[in-house]
Design a protein around this ligand. Structure first.
Ligand SMILES: Nc1ncnc2c1ncn2[C@@H]1O[C@H](COP(=O)(O)OP(=O)(O)O)[C@@H](O)[C@H]1O
Ligand SMILES: [Mg+2]
Length: 253
């Protein structure tokens, strides 16, 4: 069965792109075929994080010169297949809604060729985010413990997910696991009380200052620092998402 997950947050800078690339890598290391789609089309940076300089990008699809499958780029270092944007191209922002809907349908078809598809969303709650989240059907909301990140995560869950999409939480940048669980509790309580929604905790990712070192070097984090706490957290999240039976995909729906 194909699994498609949108990685969302509301707020920027909480680690969505890092998670999409690294979680995808962990799944690929477990022998799965994985597609990562860069849905942050205004400020795309999946390609930068992974050090991709050549190849076609989503801009060619938006301009009508290529189909989605034409612009898939294989990334040998991680084993991932990628559809990248190019930062500043503003590729999807001005796309008429009917074409955006068609692109989402094409993405769903393309995802049928993979075991897993991860969609790295832009910050915010705009039309593109909402359409891509709906196409995925299931959302992983990423937050950290800052009140701004929590407020924006709550807004995303309320506006985009509640009553429509399956949603779970990843708390990133946690000092320790107990603090991360507490952050989840805060948000889960608000969702239960005001939205009548259970927000399952999918994973906790510990803080690792070396994260930016891997990004700066454009080396996959799991290759550079395979034995640290954060690598273990990512591996655990990948294993748990891959373990799930299809019935569990309805969590929170
Ligand atoms: N667990 C973590 N520990 C330390 N730094 C992190 C962690 N996760 C992400 N980061 C850092 O956060 C920054 C923003 O990450 P990014 O993936 O670009 O966020 P987003 O896509 O949500 O805007 C990156 O510089 C990355 O190094
Ligand atoms: Mg990003």
């Amino acid at each position: 069965m194909t699994r498609m997950l949108a990685i969302a947050s509301g707020k920027g800078g909480v680690g969505k792109t890092f998670l999409a690339a690294t979680l995808g890598h962990a799944m690929a290391r477990r022998g799965r075929s994985v597609l990562v789609f860069d849905g942050d089309l205004g400020l795309a940076n999946l390609d930068i994080q992974l050090g991709i300089v050549e190849g076609e990008d989503l801009g060619a699809v938006v301009s009508g010169h290529r189909t989605l499958s034409d612009v898939v780029v294989h990334h040998p270092a991680t084993g991932l297949d990628l559809v990248v944007g190019r930062s500043g191209s503003g590729a999807l922002a001005g796309l008429p809604d009917a074409r955006l809907v068609a692109l989402c349908a094409a993405l769903r078809r393309l995802s049928g060729r993979y075991d897993f598809t991860l969609v790295d969303l832009a910050a915010g709650l705009d039309r593109v985010c909402r359409r891509l989240a709906a196409a995925a059907g299931r959302v992983v909301v990423v937050t950290n413990d800052e009140p701004t990140a929590l407020t924006d995560a709550y807004a995303f869950i309320k506006v985009v997910c509640a009553g429509r999409l399956s949603v779970g939480l990843v708390v990133n940048n946690v000092e320790n696991l107990a603090a991360g669980r507490q952050t989840h509790e805060v948000l889960a309580n608000a969702c239960r009380r005001f939205l009548g929604l259970e927000l399952p905790l999918l994973g906790l990712l510990r803080r690792d200052p070396r994260c930016s070192e891997a990004i700066r070097a454009q080396v996959p984090y799991l290759d550079r620092f395979p034995t640290g706490a954060l690598a273990a957290d990512i591996e655990e999240l990948a294993a748990s998402l891959l373990r799930e039976e299809p019935a569990n995909c309805a969590l929170g729906a």
